[in-house]
Design a protein. Structure first.
Length: 221
């Protein structure tokens, strides 16, 4: 699996380079041990019983709350994400497990203009399997191109999402390397000042009708 990091497909230019490689696993603790013992990866940040998808839609229908255990580490400058689905909530994670797909699940792309990247993807063979977040605040979508055999997690890169990626990277790279697992809660890296700023900015834009929706959101309105 470590070879996956040497053979990352070139993403569409509008998405920029991949910033994360993610895998589905059956047991988060066993997977962490495997990556450490086989490939020397670690330390890991592990968050349990998390519900990272907010205001989510799965294949056009309102999604049920999905809970997962997640482990983060770094291979060089690339973020590694291991995801264990808790229960059997229908969604993209369960689809992968049903297919016994334990290779690369998705690559994450960080985009400043989410609506532009999202709409480009819809026009170039991608389907938005999971949509989450709020237009004008922060959006994320899992976009699948079945012909190319690739799933992209397209993340809006702004003052609300940037602190999460940067916070996780800082925590991993400063963690005690003698300790393999470091437990944390997503709330530990919630950027409170950034949240306030982004909410204020969103409210002003919405007041003046400046929120730019993605095509799917606009069509559903």
């Amino acid at each position: 699996m470590i070879s996956d990091f040497d053979n990352i497909p070139e993403l569409p230019a509008i998405m920029g380079p991949a910033k994360q490689i993610a895998y589905m696993v059956d047991d988060i603790d066993a997977a962490v041990r495997h990556w450490h013992e086989e490939y020397g990866v670690g330390p890991f940040l592990v968050t349990r019983n998390a519900a990272p998808l907010s205001n989510a839609y799965y294949r056009g229908e309102k999604a049920r709350t999905t809970r997962v255990n997640i482990a983060f580490a770094y291979v060089g400058d690339m973020q590694l994400e291991l995801i264990e689905l808790i229960g059997d909530t229908p969604g993209l994670y369960k689809e992968a497990l049903d297919r016994k797909n334990y290779g690369v699940h998705h690559y994450a792309a960080l985009v400043v203009d989410f609506a532009k990247a999202y709409n480009w993807a819809l026009d170039h063979g991608y389907d938005a399997v999971i949509d989450s977040g709020v237009d004008g605040l922060a959006r994320m979508s899992y976009m699948e191109n079945t012909d190319a055999g690739i799933i992209l997690e397209v993340i809006e890169w702004n003052g609300l999402t940037r602190p999460y990626f940067e916070g996780i990277e800082k925590m991993v790279k400063s963690a005690d390397k003698k300790q393999l697992v470091h437990e944390f809660e997503l709330a530990d890296i919630t950027p409170k000042v950034a949240v306030f700023f982004q909410l204020t900015k969103f409210a002003i834009k919405k007041l003046f009708g400046q929120v730019k929706p993605s095509r799917r959101t606009a069509e559903a309105a």
